[in-house]
Design a protein around this ligand. Structure first.
Ligand code: LLP
Length: 423
């Protein structure tokens, strides 16, 4: 992210984060728009260099926003949605439905109906009983729909167990090893109103290397060849890692995509199998490092010899990943640069001991109430996982570029909190 300091104050594209805070309030999500666009372009360039036909769909669950979807469309990205709500938001952003595909391990009848009416590009079928459900609804609407089948390759990705999805014991996809995937394909091919379009897999998230994906491509192509099944599309999901702290690695997009696409080409050639179009669904790697959260410091509590708690004006309602995955973050003082550091814990203001942003991190000793903290790499799975726990308001979101600062999502109002209440 293009952060520098001017007179000690953190700035993004020349805009002081203190000015931004004063104008939009805290907690506030701040995105570097140029960085989002740059990530899209890096994936495009890497795939173009492979010479393969390809599509990239942004996994909208990482951060769902109308202005972001408009930006994605400008960057020639498709969209992956998993619910009626994500599809509704995308359609409201006037996203081309022909470039949206619909995921989910339990798509409701209503969602299927809505997606077919909207004219989505394809469904990612996740279960055997879903095939009949989609076929019946398509039939009732007098339409034919495309589908790819999500397979479970039985490959364990090296990441947090909560965000692994390719292991045999998983609610996602149909197992290749247990014969369910083959049964699924046969059932789709036999369906009157579904056209079999290809295969999908997604082995997990925050994966920093390509070995699991490479292994899965080899398994899938060999298996398809063995059963003489041709596909138009191979969707390899998302899961590319980002850097939260200096212990993490940002997925090396150029090198990684090169080895993945070279593996696909070589595997197809060695099995004399027609090379399919490749599709990707990155979420976190598109928006994660481009976003940060600004908070204002409130209470500071020192427990002699034990810890010092710096509490901020948000918490697990806008930052759940520390509580949920014990995720680690870098936090910086925005207002000034100071080198006298001490070990502290940054805590949220919600009524849970687990409501922590970052434990035992180094921050300036001079931090006082009214100062501003910035938590980095909060662009993915923060706003989208925000809640109204403790009736906290969801923060506002701004995009910053060299053209200026623009608000893309307003802060929730107190009226939002009771909008659905029966008074
Ligand atoms: N495709 C499928 C089928 C997925 O399930 C996911 C993420 C993606 C693509 C995008 O993965 P990404 O590129 O963003 O890693 N809340 C968790 C992450 C859950 C990921 C769910 N699926 C977190 O905060 O780490």
């Amino acid at each position: 992210m293009n952060i520098t300091r001017e007179n000690g104050v953190m700035t993004l594209h020349g805009h002081s984060l203190i000015d931004i805070k004063n104008k939009y309030g805290t907690p506030l999500f701040v995105y570097d728009e140029a960085l989002i666009r740059n990530q899209c372009r890096r994936f495009h360039t890497a795939l173009q260099q492979s010479g393969l036909n390809y599509t990239i769909s942004y996994a909208s669950k990482a951060f769902t926003s109308i202005q972001l979807f408009k930006l994605m469309q400008e960057e020639n990205m498709g969209l992956d949605v998993v619910s009626e709500g994500e599809l509704f938001t995308a359609l409201t952003a006037q996203f081309n439905p022909g470039r949206i595909h619909f995921h989910g391990n339990n798509k409701t009848k209503r969602e299927i109906q809505y997606a077919i009416e909207a004219g989505v590009e394809y469904f990612v079928i996740d279960a055997l009983d879903e095939i009949e459900r989609i076929n019946d609804i398509a039939n009732q609407q007098g339409k034919s729909v495309k589908a790819v089948l999500r397979v479970n390759p039985g490959v364990e990705a090296h990441t947090h167990e909560f965000i692994q999805t390719g292991q045999e014991d998983s609610k996602f996809g149909l197992s290749i090893n247990h014969g369910l995937a083959l049964q699924g394909i046969q059932q789709i091919i036999a369906s009157s109103n579904i056209e079999f379009h290809g295969i999908h897999f997604h082995i997990g998230s925050q994966i920093f290397e390509s070995t699991g994906t490479i292994e899965t491509i080899q398994i899938v192509i060999q298996w398809l060849k063995e059963h003489q099944i041709d596909i138009k599309v191979l969707n390899i999901g998302g899961g590319f890692s980002i850097r939260y702290t200096s212990d993490d690695i940002s997925y090396p997009i150029e090198d990684g995509i090169k080895s993945i696409t070279e593996t696909l080409i070589a595997t197809c050639e060695s099995h004399d199998y027609p090379i399919p179009e490749i599709s990707l669904e990155p979420g976190r790697s598109i928006v994660g490092e481009a976003g940060m959260t600004l908070y204002e410091v409130g209470t500071i509590k020192s427990i002699p010899g034990i810890n010092k708690y710096i509490s901020i004006d948000g918490g697990m309602s806008d930052h759940i990943r520390t509580a949920l995955y014990n995720a680690q973050y870098e936090v910086e003082l925005v207002d000034r640069e100071e080198h006298e550091l001490e070990t502290v814990t940054v805590a949220g203001k919600l009524c849970e001991s687990g409501d922590i942003i970052a434990r035992n991190i180094s921050l300036p000793q001079s931090i006082k109430s009214g100062d501003t903290l910035c938590v980095k790499s909060t662009g993915a799975y923060h706003y989208s996982m925000a809640s109204n726990y403790n009736q906290m308001l969801k923060p506002a979101v701004v995009f910053v570029s060299d053209k200026g600062v623009r608000k893309v999502i307003k802060r929730q109002s107190l009226d939002h909190l009771i909008a659905n209440e029966i008074l």
